[in-house]
Design a protein. Sequence first.
Length: 527
Amino acid sequence: MALSLLPAATVSARLATRKPTPPAAPSSLPHRGNPSTLRLHPSSSSSSFDPAAAAASTALQCPHFQLCSGCTHEWNLDCPPVLQEATEFFKSLGVSDFTFESGGLWGWRCRAKLAVRGSSDTPLIGLYQEGTHDIVDIPMCRAHHPNINAAVDLLKEGISKLKVEPFNEDLGTGELRYVQMAVTTYNTSLPLQDRYLNGKVQVSLVWNSRNEHSDNHEKLSSLSNFLWRNGGAKSNNHLVHSIWANFQTSNSNVIFGNKWRHLLGEREFSEHIGGIDISLDPSSFGQANTQAFNSLLRKLQKHVSYGSSVVDLYAGSGIIGLSLAATRKCRSVRCVEINKESKLSFEKSVSRLPKTIDSAISWHNTDASVEPLHWLKGSDVVVVDPPRKGLHPSLIDALRKVALTELKSNQAPESSIMKVKDEKRPWVLRAREASVHVEGNTTLDKSQTWPSTLIYISCGWESFKEDCRNLLSSRAWYLEKAHAFNFFPGTQSIEVLAVFKHGRQTAKRTKKAGKKKKTPKLSHNGR
Ligand SMILES: C[S@@+](CC[C@H](N)C(=O)[O-])C[C@H]1O[C@@H](n2cnc3c(N)ncnc32)[C@H](O)[C@@H]1O
């Protein structure tokens, strides 16, 4: 879940799940946690065990809970309510070793989009109250990285001192509409264990004007200078990494406009994640929970064989694909993303890869659901990481077709895949024009291979279940492994990493005391 400005539709679920006393955590769930955050209460094994204190050790304890729409659960943050259902769901599909990893329960959100409302004397910076367009001020949010809260405080001070007018949605007036705060923990001069808490905030001010030449541009300069003077590299309280402006005048709900300007501080925003150094501009998609994303990437890498050809669909700035290129020495990696703004971040991240990597790497600005077979062809592994609504039906259809055809023969599925030089389709041509290619020493695999591994990363549990059933119903794919990660503690959501293999699952042999069982256990599809 990348959004912190949740739609009103989540209201009833949240209210219904709040309980006056801490519920007991389900004990039957497979659970792997970060020991630094999933600690047992010290007295848990002694006779003075205090259940209330133990419950509090995984409780949200946020003063804004119930008013703010960001969190839906107060207790057992290490064990989101959907986990029980997920365990049963995967078991019913033949995966009994489903795992769940939980990391930091508080201060995990390194990226937040917050609305700025109220008045210059009393600015409110936060999320909408459920079902309304009223903003709840959340200065002590427990999900935010602590430096996001500190930067919000500083921003409020600047707004009041400089008489900056917060946006008024009804009238369309005011100057500051939203702010995006993104934390980088990349600081190689600090010991590893100190880097997270010393994260610095990239502040993006969404300004209610067409560009930096509009009437109110002086206020924007004054506000950014104030932030930099009091929070920048030379201040006593260095918490601001950089300041950007985005210009937006539209009446729609879209937060960002198309124009971005770097104002102050470092332009490069870096992170070390999935084994590589990456760059991320504010206009590009970024995962909110950096640490959990790193754990997911580490797990994902284990499911990709060395030397594979990978296509990364819904790639954003290509972090997943690039991380695989570097750690699995992929023959080729193609990233496909609809948002053209992610191209620059991809290019910068590519330039930071170790020179020893000789994969053929490319990034394509196009819609993955248009002619998906074009992107699947020539890859051994397809990674999909769609938005919460899940995969487009055309992609599911292509994935089913590819795997079924591979099962029956070794030929290409019927499709309108054209020879490269005869290509006339405007969207493919446009995508080609807007693409980035880095030719490695390895020859790009142009053979007629089709993916035999599908790795599905999902932040939308409901859509994932439906896509999963659709993929499995063709019997062209089976589910081999499933993992989940606590990306959004305090909410209903989990991040799923599911590994599908094409074909039919071979019987699993279970070992017992070194002996093989005579009758192999059959998989979910009964074959
Ligand atoms: C959940 S994000 C994942 C991004 C990336 N994998 C990462 O982890 O940084 C989903 C991405 O899919 C992109 N997207 C949405 N619809 C798309 C489509 N039809 N074709 C290609 N990309 C799409 C979005 O712009 C967004 O960057």
